[in-house]
Design a protein around this ligand. Structure first.
Ligand code: SF4
Length: 439
């Protein structure tokens, strides 16, 4: 019997891909193991966002090889798409898939003969039915990216933007809605959803269809570029009664035009600023997050001050701040004027603190307000504007409730870690006092 242990590096799109691999393997009779020592195969879904991400995958492979010499290790994902020969050369690795194709992963995991009970249901290979790893479902609506940011290796590994047909996504969302009350629309560049499809498809059109055909589920966007959020999408968020979450994670990367140009971003500081302010005026309350890279080559003190000023001005509720990390093979790896690590670390610390203080202020403003909460574990839930809520009064995982928010349960400053990701603000609410509607 094939028993598979899965490990995922990187983003939500990768998490989705791992779930597709798991579903494909289980449909062929393999079981899932939570413990590598009890498994016969390890599937590692790798990431290539930084050189460090590649290193982490190689380190885990060596560790697994040392501790579990009989384990068959299969490597897939973005890093293996760019470095398949390097992984093939590792003696611990039994199989390599240059990408995320679940059928190719299944073929590497075990010869067909060892996998009993192949599920021949037509939807089995293409639609995800559940995310086993969490209360929220992820739905990858597109893959790849047509932009050319100079620091990004993901686009090199994933290729051009390809959108999934709306009909497939409606069918997948209906399946996921049986298990999950919230579905996160993920991808590599979701703002370009539909541009490659026939007709005038768009993310707004997809959302309209999903809201019509999949009732009683909340949809949330994964990371989306601010300049690609059109007015139709903003109006849908406003009119959806909370079912399109008022939460936007809009990568900023830098608030300085010279740095944005070296990053090969397509927008200016002002274009980003204007769009975010327009959206924030329409969507209230709004959970607003951003990725910021500090210490990009050539970033001066005044460039950093421009980023800090913009962060202070815009209504962010959390930030993901990362010091620049060289990624071989990208244009940014060739740029001169590296920023000393200590300077980048200090700039990161400053912006993270600012993010935490803006998050605390947002949480404080929300006390007494109403929210649509998706129950995660029975005692915790998530609001549409991305606040975590400690729940009392019971509540089944995977259900939605309209509640009134009470005081803060956790001091955010104490909870913020040293990683680039800020802790989510945490409030309290009682499910025993359900509210009739969201304000
Ligand atoms: S928009 Fe830029 S950073 Fe994002 S996936 Fe595309 S190339 Fe990479």
């Amino acid at each position: 019997m094939t028993s598979v242990w899965y490990h995922t590096f990187g983003c939500k799109a990768n998490q989705y891909d791992t779930e597709r691999m798991r579903q494909e393997l289980e449909s062929r009779g393999a079981s899932t193991s939570d413990d590598p020592s009890a498994a016969t195969v390890a599937v590692l879904n790798t990431c290539t966002v930084t050189d460090q991400a590649d290193l982490s995958a190689r380190r885990l492979i060596r560790k697994l090889g040392r501790r579990h010499p009989d384990l068959r290790i299969v490597v897939a994902g973005c890093s293996s798409a760019l470095r398949s020969e390097e992984y093939r050369a590792m003696q611990e690795v039994a199989g390599v898939v240059a990408g995320q194709d679940p059928v190719a992963v299944a073929a590497e995991v075990a010869p067909e003969a060892a996998m009993a009970g192949r599920d021949d249901e037509p939807i089995g290979g293409t639609l995800l039915r559940a995310n086993r790893r969490g209360s929220r479902g992820w739905m990858k609506i597109q893959d790849g990216c047509d932009r050319k940011c100079s620091f990004c290796a993901t686009r090199l590994a994933r290729g051009a933007s390809r959108s999934r047909p709306i009909g497939d996504l409606e069918a997948e969302a209906l399946l996921l809605s049986r298990q999950h009350s919230e579905i996160v629309l993920t991808g590599i560049h979701i703002g370009h959803y539909g541009l490659d499809l026939p007709g005038a498809e768009s993310l707004a059109h997809l959302c309209r269809r999903l809201l019509e055909t999949v009732p009683a589920v909340r949809f949330r966007f994964g990371s989306i570029e601010a300049t690609e959020i059109d007015d139709e999408l903003v109006e849908l968020i406003v009119s959806s009664d909370g079912l399109l979450a008022p939460h936007l994670h809009v990568p900023l990367q830098s608030g300085s035009d010279p740095v944005l140009r070296r990053m090969r971003r397509w927008h200016t500081r002002e274009q980003y600023r204007q769009r975010v302010l327009e959206i924030a005026e329409r969507v209230q309350p709004l959970g607003l997050g951003a990725d910021i890279i500090v210490g990009f080559p050539g970033e001066s003190e005044s460039d950093h001050a421009l980023t800090r000023d913009l962060v202070e001005e815009l209504p962010y509720t959390y930030l993901h701040v990362f010091p620049f990390s060289v990624r071989q093979g990208t244009r940014a790896a060739q740029l001169p004027d590296p920023v000393p690590a200590a300077v980048a670390a200090e700039r990161s610390r400053e912006l993270r603190e600012l993010g935490v203080s803006k998050g605390s202020a947002h949480a404080a403003r929300r006390v007494g307000g109403q929210a649509l909460v998706a129950v995660e574990t029975g005692t915790t839930g998530l609001t549409g504007d991305y606040l975590r809520v400690r729940l009392s009064g019971g509540g089944e995982s995977g259900t939605l409730h309209r509640v009134r928010l009470a005081g803060a349960a956790v001091d955010l400053r104490a909870a913020a870690g040293a990683t680039g990701r800020a802790a989510l603000p945490v409030l309290r609410a009682s499910l025993a006092q359900e509210q009739p509607s969201v304000a």
